[in-house]
Design a protein around this ligand. Sequence first.
Ligand SMILES: Nc1nc2c(c(=O)[nH]1)N[C@H]1C(S)=C(S)[C@@H](COP(=O)(O)O)O[C@H]1N2
Ligand SMILES: [Mo]
Length: 437
Amino acid sequence: MPLDLSDESQYDRARLRQWARGRARSAGVDRRDLLRLFAAGAAAGSLGLGAAGSAGAAAEGTAAAAGSPARSGAAVATPPGIVKPLPPELFTVRGTNAETNFASLRGTGPLTPVDRFFVRNHTSTPRIEASGWRLSVWGDALSGGPVEFSYDRLRSLPAVERTLFVECAGNGRSFYATQQGQQVTGTAWTLGAIGVARWRGARLSDVLRRAGVTRAAVDVLPRGLDDEVVTNGVNLGRVRRPLPVSKALDDVILAYEMNGEPLPPDHGGPVRVVVPSWIGISSIKWVGDVEVSAEPLYSPWNTDLYRLFGPGQPPQGSAPLTRQTLKSAFELEAGATLPVHRTRLLTGRSWSGAAPVHRVDVSTDGGARWQRARLHDAPRRGGWVRWSLPWTPRATGPAALLARATDAAGRSQPATAAHNTQGYLFDAVVRHPVTVV
Ligand SMILES: Nc1nc2c(c(=O)[nH]1)N[C@H]1C(S)=C(S)[C@@H](COP(=O)(O)O)O[C@H]1N2
Ligand SMILES: [Mo]
């Protein structure tokens, strides 16, 4: 019976077997380096990317979440690699990245304005003119040679528009340390490594068909035009992560517009990949070429990174991560002070990669009692819902606000998230501290 490669774990097992037999190519990384990385991954459960390295930009930075509380943007210099302004009221800068301050979304619409959309850069934002940009589609699963698409040709294809989140797999990572006392490596995001935008672009499937994709295709590998990523002395090459051909032909977009404007440089302009509901690394920015392969492909971003390592996981880690999990966040500063006996409209947002969020419950007493919040948006897959609940605090002192999302697939946020060494897919209910005065 042929393997169903759209089944994610089956797909992964098949790929690992093929790779072990030496059939799969290592997608541009020296084979010995990959083996070394594999060995490091098996031994330490991670690449050791948490260690201070000379090029700490890789793998979501160098700061271990444990013991590095969120610092205010005002105290940190703007990273030279990001083009747009990063005022401290809108962003918290973390290494080469900028996290959206959730409080700054209060009063904004369903889309994250570009001026406050988080930025996650492995290195720095390249400046690429649309007029000189080309997308090269190549590989042994095409019926002919490479096919090039100019920006104008891409724009002449049928356009699709969708409202979708891009969310880093490590969003919420800092709560493994602060709520669960567990050490993880990587950028210590709170909940602001997510944004929702209206993306407009061409279907990747249209591009692949015009390039002559054949039935032999297994993996599709988009690669960014930003600098190569060097970490701990190993050059990982350009940012790239294979997609199973089933996903690539399903709903993936080559986006050239974000919220009705040409895609800005920091978010992948002139053209980026947007992979609905999947972890952020899938959505390759500044895409320059796409390999279409009849063999499974590997890159550090689907072998040592973006899998779950740790207790209960196989030595090579889980299957590569795909869909995002579910989360909720208040549009309020952590540690905000609120006046007693004064009614305040608590607002926030919830989202899930599995299914639309159709219910949000809020607790204002640390989780003892829950009330259903009012939803302000129609639940949509791949997006988020805004919600609100009025609260009149009756006593002064510290309090914890909690929000818990439930999606149409029946998943609710748990009390604790499953630990993994790189701190991916945090899904637990977050305790949002406030002080009533
Ligand atoms: N070429 C390239 N694509 C990339 C990255 C990158 O550094 N280079 N970062 C990835 C990661 S880890 C995330 S979470 C998202 C972030 O997208 P944003 O910066 O537009 O918010 O882009 C992804 N695509
Ligand atoms: Mo990410």
